[in-house]
Design a protein around this ligand. Structure first.
Ligand code: CUA
Length: 175
């Protein structure tokens, strides 16, 4: 079979690109713990405020009975509620997020806290923040005219300056 040399060159280029992309996914998965979400839990977005967990009074940072930290956030056009949270550095934190309206995303730059928030599902990520500081939490899925202004603040304080969090009244549905 005859293959045109130019065509062959581009075949190598395209296979090379696939190899680079797969390689970088593998590398970040192995070294940075970046992985696709595996958590599937449904929720009715329209009645989010009537659920126990995502009711207004239960949002924010809470400590579970076993000592773990859980952050419950609602994403809505255009913000995350509550719009400021404080967390200790170097501590595993489980975020549970749900949207009341359309698809949003959340991303704290320079960290691996990032996920899509699809209406009808609870997004869950567990991560830890090694460096104290102020981080923005940005919406990274276009959600309407105010998308650019959809962000809130996360303050990470050194472990020894952490003031603690109230006990969780509601525990997320997970093991
Ligand atoms: Cu929410 Cu963009």
């Amino acid at each position: 079979m005859h293959i045109n040399p130019l065509e062959q060159k581009w075949l190598y280029v395209s296979f090379g690109m696939v190899a680079i992309f797969l390689g970088s996914i593998l590398l970040t998965a192995v070294t940075k713990g970046v992985h696709p979400p595996s958590h599937i839990e449904t929720i009715d977005s329209a009645s989010l405020h009537l659920t126990e967990e995502f009711a207004e009074d239960n949002l924010g940072v809470h400590q579970l009975a076993d000592g773990r930290l859980q952050v419950t956030l609602v994403a809505a056009r255009y913000g995350f509620y509550p719009n400021h949270i404080e967390l200790p550095a170097d501590t595993p934190v489980t975020f549970r997020l749900a949207s009341v309206d359309v698809m949003h995303g959340v991303h704290a730059p320079m960290t691996n806290m990032s996920t899509m928030i699809v209406p009808g599902y609870v997004s869950e990520i567990t991560t830890a923040f090694p460096k104290p500081g102020d981080y923005p939490m940005l919406c990274n899925e276009y959600c309407g005219m105010g998308h650019d202004h959809m962000w809130s603040k996360m303050t990470v304080v050194a472990k020894e300056n952490w003031h603690g969090a109230p006990q969780a009244k509601v525990r997320g549905d997970r093991s």
